[in-house]
Design a protein around this ligand. Structure first.
Ligand SMILES: [Zn+2]
Length: 413
C-alpha cells in the first residue's frame, strides 16, 4: 500500500470520527434518532450504508449509556481516527482470484474513492476467509478498517448459518480455560462448588518448535532457503495438528457438564496493556498461544457452547483462599501463597480463578474456592508420520450473542 492510499484511508477514518461525533452531539441536543440518521447520511463523505453502519455502532454506544448508569454520555470531542465500518458488497468487496489464489479487496475509503489490492495476513486467516467467501454455509458480514500501530487492517466478520449458540445467561457450569505455552489449565465451577479440574499438557509443541527452529537456522546458514521454507511448512502443520487436538479435548471436557459456558481471558485486553509483565508477554508472543486461544474460542461455538471473556489481570498471581495478589505467589508450576500458605498447581489454580471471574462477570454467586479436587493431568501425544487432521474450515471466531464472528487478515498493497 503506498502513501497516497494510506492518506486516503486516514481521511476516511477521520470522516468516520466526524460522523460519530456529530451523532453524539445531535443526540445530546435531543434530536430524534430517525432525524439524526437522515442528517448524518446527508452530510457524510462516506457512502450511505457505511454511514448507516457508523450510525448503528454509535447508537449502540448511546443505548448502553441510557440503559446503564455506569456509562457516561459518549464524548463528542474525540479527534483521533475511527474505524470505517462497511457492508460486504457495498462499502467493501472481497473476491478470491482463482489464478493467483489471493483475496482481492475493493474498499471505498470515501464516496467514489476506492482502494484495490490483495489481502495479506496469516495463511490460517486467509484460508478461512476463502472458505467463507466460497462456501454457501458461510456469510461474510461487515468489516472495519482499523489502524493498528500505523498499519491498516481489515477486520472481517463471518457468520456460519447453522451454528446456534446457547444463551450464556442460562449457563450453570463455568469452565475456565487458562492457556499457556505448554499446557491448558481447566476448571469447572458452579455457584455451589468447584466441580472438577483438569490440566492438558503438550510439552511436545514447545520441544518440537525448538527443534524445528534449530534445523531451520542450520539450513539458513547453508543457504538452503527452499528446504527451509518447506521445513517451516512442516512445523506449522505439526503445531496446527497438535493445537486442534488440544482444543478438541478442551471442548470435549467442557461438554460433559450441565449447561457449560467457556470462560477465557480477553486477549485484546492483554494486548492493550503492557503492564502484565514477562509471563504475559511470553504467552502473547508465542505463536501456539495465540492460535490455541483462537481455536478454544471458536470451537465451543461450533458445539453450541457459549463463551464469556474476562479481564486477564492478575489471574496467575491471585490466591484462591485469601485473595492475596503477588508475583511471588507463583513459582513456576507451583502456586504458593506468601500470605496464607495455600498451595496448588499454578495453571489449574488460574483455571479456577478464571471460572470465578466468569461467575462474577454475570453477577452470580461465587462459591468457596479453597476446597479443590485433586489435579488430574493428561498429555497430548504426537501422532504418527503422515497422519493429518482434516483441513480446517472455521474462520477465526469470537462470539457475540448468538452470532459467531471474527477478524481476518490485514490490508496491504
Ligand atoms: Zn492466600
Amino acid at each position: 500500500m503506498d502513501d497516497a492510499e494510506k492518506r486516503l484511508l486516514n481521511c476516511g477514518q477521520l470522516e468516520a470520527r466526524r460522523v460519530v461525533n456529530e451523532i453524539f452531539r445531535l443526540d445530546d441536543e435531543n434530536y430524534d434518532w430517525n432525524d439524526i440518521e437522515d442528517i448524518v447520511v446527508e452530510r457524510s463523505g462516506h457512502v450511505k450504508n457505511t454511514t448507516q453502519r457508523l450510525f448503528e455502532k454509535a447508537t449502540n454506544a448511546l443505548q448502553r449509556h441510557y440503559d446503564e448508569d455506569d456509562y457516561g454520555h459518549p464524548r463528542q470531542n474525540h479527534t483521533e481516527s475511527y474505524p470505517i465500518r462497511m457492508n460486504h458488497g457495498e462499502g467493501y468487496q472481497l473476491e478470491v482470484n482463482e489464478a493467483s489464489d489471493e483475496i482481492e479487496y475493493r474498499v471505498s475509503a470515501l464516496k467514489y474513492q476506492y482502494l484495490r489490492g490483495s489481502l495479506s495476513g496469516s495463511q490460517h486467516h486467509l484460508n478461512r476467509l476463502k472458505t467463507a467467501l466460497t462456501n454457501d454455509e458461510w456469510r461474510v458480514g461487515t468489516a472495519e478498517v482499523v489502524n493498528k500501530y500505523g498499519r491498516y487492517e481489515l477486520h472481517v466478520s463471518v457468520t456460519h448459518e447453522t451454528a446456534e449458540v446457547a444463551d450464556k445467561q442460562d449457563a450453570t457450569t463455568f469452565v475456565g480455560v487458562d492457556v499457556n505455552e505448554d499446557c491448558v489449565g481447566l476448571a469447572a465451577v458452579t455457584e455451589e462448588t468447584v466441580v472438577d479440574s483438569f490440566v492438558i499438557e503438550y510439552p511436545e509443541v514447545k520441544r518440537q518448535r525448538h527443534e524445528f527452529f534449530t534445523i531451520r537456522k542450520r539450513m539458513q546458514s547453508m543457504g538452503q532457503t527452499s528446504l527451509e521454507r518447506e521445513m517451516r511448512g512442516c512445523e506449522r502443520q505439526f503445531v496446527h495438528n497438535q493445537l486442534h487436538q488440544v482444543s478438541r479435548r478442551v471442548v470435549d471436557w467442557a461438554q460433559q457438564f450441565e449447561n457449560p459456558v467457556i470462560v477465557f481471558e480477553d486477549l485484546k485486553d492483554m494486548r492493550d496493556d503492557i503492564e502484565y509483565g514477562t509471563r504475559m508477554n511470553r504467552r502473547l508472543h508465542s505463536l501456539p498461544f495465540a492460535q490455541l486461544q483462537e481455536f478454544v474460542c471458536y470451537k465451543p461455538a461450533w458445539c453450541g457452547i457459549p463463551s464469556e471473556t474476562i479481564d486477564p489481570e492478575y489471574t496467575s498471581q491471585e490466591c484462591l483462599a485469601c485473595g492475596h495478589t503477588a508475583r511471588a505467589n507463583r513459582q513456576g508450576k507451583r502456586f504458593d501463597c506468601v500470605a496464607c500458605s495455600f498451595q496448588d498447581h499454578a495453571d489449574r489454580k488460574a483455571g479456577v480463578l478464571i471460572s470465578a471471574k466468569g461467575l462474577k462477570e454475570q453477577n452470580r454467586h461465587v462459591p468457596a474456592l479453597n476446597n479443590l479436587p485433586v489435579v488430574r493431568t493428561q498429555k497430548v501425544r504426537q501422532r504418527g508420520n503422515g497422519e493429518c487432521e482434516p483441513p480446517d474450515h472455521n474462520p477465526y471466531l469470537t462470539i457475540r450473542g448468538n452470532q459467531t464472528d471474527g477478524q481476518v487478515g490485514s490490508v496491504s498493497g
